[in-house]
Design a protein around this ligand. Structure first.
Ligand code: GDP
Ligand code: GDP
Length: 438
């Protein structure tokens, strides 16, 4: 399911990260079961009224000089325009209206995306200072006063945010054509792979323009099946912004993954797997998307009969939480194993939507419990009554137990392994929700 994306833009020190943190609330500190992925405070899930969305803080760079500030703001604004459904443009009532604000406002106005002008640091709502109204001059409509530090005005601001979500967001979810995002750090060969796929003789290509974001998605027919490749905004027009900054590459990745069913993580064979690869993989995992790990530039390295296995071991060492992702060794240059890649995509899509009936599922559960008794603590033993699958994409199971506290992570992991042994679920994370039943 595709969630709207809200991006925060603004000059340094106006309070972007403060705003981000109050909106993200406690969720940001939740330790995900994704070891090795230290969560940067770049994106977070927010719920307001009946809406779930993702906020992104595009800031986070400390520019050295005034020229740099404007340059960074332009980049932030462009990223927001490319990736977001709604843009929060934050200004600072204490500093007042600044020339750079005007320049960025001009850019945002042209983007034809909803922009909400947030005037921060209005710490006293009793007398709404004239200074707030000064911001009407930016031509971005009504300034919305907030105080991120004192948590004032945020509800009214969020009401405006959700009012501006695109109405067709739902239609996009409903269509059945699987969506594929090709992700990875810069220079691993993402654009080369897309171009190779689009250039294949047996591929029929058409563009689907004007979906909710500016991205141009590409409909690809391969072996009579349809796939939509999500343009990780700017993949095919990448000269616009060089993603030298890891932060920007992560923002684009989050936006692409959000809309995708399956993420293909590209790793550079010449470099091996790196920390940055792991971070990007973690995003797909956290979001519950299908995942394939493609080691690209396989043509470029010297190999013997052990090279591939060593690669696999290395990847599994670094991505211990993602052992379910199938691995493939490809070359965007020669087209090696492209056919196999499409087969993998199809398999992962099927597994994301796989439903297991409660009967066979519980046969597995009871067998697993007989083999390896549930843990006990202080004389109390965990009892598992039964489990059932409640949803797909990703497959999610509810396990009913006598006492949640007794359900250790390692035992959930054990049950996951047993479920996978029997039903596969290759390529997709599976989620477990533990519920108490007295
Ligand atoms: P960023 O650079 O835009 O991310 O700004 P920060 O969130 O780091 O905030 C810059 C400074 O403004 C910090 O010292 C914050 O404590 C302060 N600040 C943020 N929001 C408010 C607010 O609503 N009122 C006041 N008075 N100060 C704020
Ligand atoms: P992106 O930044 O991830 O989109 O990477 P590009 O597609 O721009 O590729 C980065 C560099 O890697 C370019 O010089 C490509 O020619 C090269 N490259 C991409 N795929 C392959 C491949 O399969 N084999 C080899 N040898 N080079 C590749």
């Amino acid at each position: 399911m595709s969630k709207p994306i809200v991006a925060i833009v603004g000059r340094p020190n106006v309070g972007k990260s403060t705003l981000f943190n109050v909106l993200a609330g406690e969720k940001i500190s939740i330790v995900e079961d994704t070891p090795g992925v230290t969560r940067d405070r770049i994106y977070a899930d927010v719920t307001w009224l009946k809406y779930d969305f993702t906020i992104i803080d595009t800031g986070g760079i400390e520019p050295e000089s005034d020229d740099e500030i404007l340059k960074h703001m332009r980049t932030q604004a462009q990223i927001a325009i490319d990736t977001a459904d709604v843009i929060l443009f934050v200004v600072d009532v204490k500093q007042g209206l600044v020339d750079d604000d005007h320049k960025v406002a001009n850019m945002l106005r042209k983007a034809r995306k909803p922009v909400i002008l947030v005037v921060n640091k209005v710490d006293n709502f009793d007398k709404l200072e004239m200074d707030v109204f000064e911001f009407y001059n930016l031509g971005l409509g009504e300034p919305r006063p907030v105080s991120s530090a004192s948590k004032l005005g945020l509800g009214d601001m969020l009401d405006v945010v959700v009012e501006n979500f695109p109405p067709n967001m739902k239609d996009e979810e409903d269509d059945e054509i699987p969506k594929i995002a090709i992700i990875g750090k810069p220079n691993v060969g993402k654009s080369s792979l897309i171009n190779k796929i689009l250039g294949e003789e047996r591929v029929i290509v058409s563009n689907i323009a004007g979906t909710t974001r500016d991205a141009v998605d590409t409909l690809v027919k391969y072996n009579k099946k349809d796939f939509v490749f999500i343009d990780t905004a700017g993949l095919r027009r990448k000269s616009k912004i060089k993603e030298t900054l890891e932060r920007y590459s992560i923002i684009r990745t989050v936006a692409a993954i959000e809309r995708a069913d399956v993420a293909i993580l590209i790793i550079d064979a010449e470099e091996g797997i790196t920390e940055q690869d792991a971070k990007i993989a973690g995003i797909a995992h956290e979001r519950g998307k299908g995942a394939i790990i493609a080691v690209n530039k396989w043509d470029a390295i010297e190999k013997n009969d052990k090279t591939m296995n060593r690669f696999i071991e290395n990847i599994e060492d670094k991505l211990t939480y993602m052992l379910y992702a199938p691995k493939i060794f490809i070359s965007a240059h020669t087209g090696q194993r492209l056919n196999r890649l499409f087969e993998m995509i199809e398999m992962v899509i099927q597994n994301q939507a796989l439903r297991v009936a409660t009967g066979p599922l519980n046969d597995i559960l009871y067998e697993a419990m007989a083999l390896n008794q549930p843990p006990s603590d202080k004389g109390k033993r965990l009892k598992i009554y039964y489990m059932t699958q409640v949803s797909i994409k990703p497959p999610t199971f509810v396990i009913f137990v006598n006492d949640k506290e007794l359900m250790h992570f390692s035992y959930t992991r054990y049950i996951e392994n047993k479920v996978r042994e029997s039903f596969g679920f290759k390529g997709t994370p599976i989620h477990f929700i533990v519920r108490e039943r007295k």
